[in-house]
Design a protein around this ligand. Sequence first.
Ligand code: 5AD
Ligand code: SF4
Length: 452
Amino acid sequence: MAEPARTPFPQTDGNGPRVYLHTYGCQMNVSDSQTIESMLADSGYRFSETAEEADVVLVNTCMIRETAEVRALGQLANLSALKKSNPTRVIGILGCVAQAKRKEILESHPYVDLVVGPDSYRRLPILLEERFISPPGSPGLLETTLMREELYDDIMPRHHGGVTAFVTIIRGCDKFCSFCVVPRTRGRERSRPLPSVLREVEHLVSQGVRDIMLLGQNVDSYRWEGRDFADCLAAVADLPGVVRVRYMTSHPTDISDKLLKTMGKHPKICPYLHLPVQAGNNRVLNEMNRPYTREHYLGIIERARKYVPDIALSTDIIVGFPTETEAEFEDTFNLMSEVRYDTAFMFKYSERPLTKASKQIDDIPDDVKVARLERLIKLQQKIARERNEAQVGRDTEILIEGLAPKDSNMWSGRTPDFRPVVMPQNGEQIGDLVPVRLDSLTGFTFHASKLF
Ligand code: 5AD
Ligand code: SF4
C-alpha cells in the first residue's frame, strides 16, 4: 500500500501546514502557547480554527491539580480519533503533563508523535520537521530536558488582539510547596532581563495593548542586575502608552513593603493583589512548606491596605491537606472572614506525583474535603457580594475592553481593581479609559454611566 503523503515541509509561501493548538491551565500556559505560536508562524506554519482541519494538533497541558490532568489526559482519546481519521496528522502533547508523564504518554498512546515539555519549545519547529519527513507510524519523539536558562527571551509571543496581554517576567519556581508539582515540571526560577521585558511591552503597546499583566509563578523573586520586582513593575508602568499594569502571582515570604509602596505611588499600577495564603493554620502552613505564619500574612494584608487604599485582594486556598483537622480548617475559615477577599480560588487537595506531600497519606475523606470547600465557597460568595455592593455609587475609571457579551450596544470593561463593568456606548473606543459612576450591580457585573 502506498504511504499517505505528508504536507511538504518547510513552506514559507503562505501555504505551510496548519496547526491547531489547544491550551489548558493557567495564564502561564496561555503565555507559553503564544510563544509557541510565534515560533511556528516564523517557521511557515498557519493556524486553523479546528483540530479536524489541522495538519498538526498540539495540546498544551496542565497538571496543577488532578482534575486538570484528568481533563488533559481525557483529550488523548479524541486525539486518537483525529489520528485515525488522518494518519499523516502530527499529534503533540506539550506542557506540564508532557514533562512529568513523558514515558507513560509515549508508551500507552502510540499515536502521539511528540511529547515536549515547557523548557523545550524552542525545539518544536525542528521536531515537527523531523516528524514530517519520518514515515507515519514511527515511534514518537520526546523532548523534555529541563533547560536551566530557557527564557524564550528573544521571541515576541503572538498577540491575539485586544487591549490586554500577558508578559512573562520570570519562569520556574524554587519554592517547593509540598503539594505542588510546578517546580518539577517548570524547573528552577529564572528572571528575564528587564530590557527584554520592556521591549516586549513596547511591542504590545504598538499593537494596541493598554493593559499589561506581568506573569510568573512567583513574581516577587524577580531579580535582574540589582533590580527587583518593584523596579520592574515601575519601569513597565512608566512606559508611554501603558495604561494599566497588573501582576500575578505573589508569595507571602517574598513580597516586600517596597512593592506595596510602589503600588500605592504609581497611578498606572492596578490596586489588586493576588496573594495565595493556602491555609490559615500555622501547623498546616508548615506542613505545606509555606514558610510564613498566619500572623505574618495578616501583617502583609494590613500594610497592603495601608499603602494602597481600596486595594482588591484575592487568594488561593487548599482544603483537606493531609492531616488537616476540623479545628485547623476552622482557622482557614476565620482567616477568610478576617481578610474579606474580593475573590478567592478554592481547591480540594489532590495528590500530585513527584511532590513531597505525595509521600503522605491523602487521609482526608473526599466528603470531608467537599464539605469544607462548600463552606468556604459559601462564605466567600457572601463576602464578595457584600464587597461588591459597597462599590455601588462609587466613581471610578474603566478601561474599555470590547463589546459586552450579552448586548452589543454596550461596552464591557474593568475597573482598576478588576471588577467587570458594562456601560452604554457613546462615541468611545476600545482601549479608552472612561470616568464612570458604578450605578448598579447584576450578579458580579456592574452597570455604569459615563461621568463627563
Ligand atoms: N491540590 C490542590 N490545589 C493545588 N494547588 C497547587 N497544587 C495543588 C494540589 N496538589 C493550588 C494552589 C495554588 C494554585 C495555583 O493551585 O492553591 O496556589
Ligand atoms: Fe507551586 Fe508553591 Fe511554586 Fe506556587 S509557589 S508554583 S504553589 S511551589
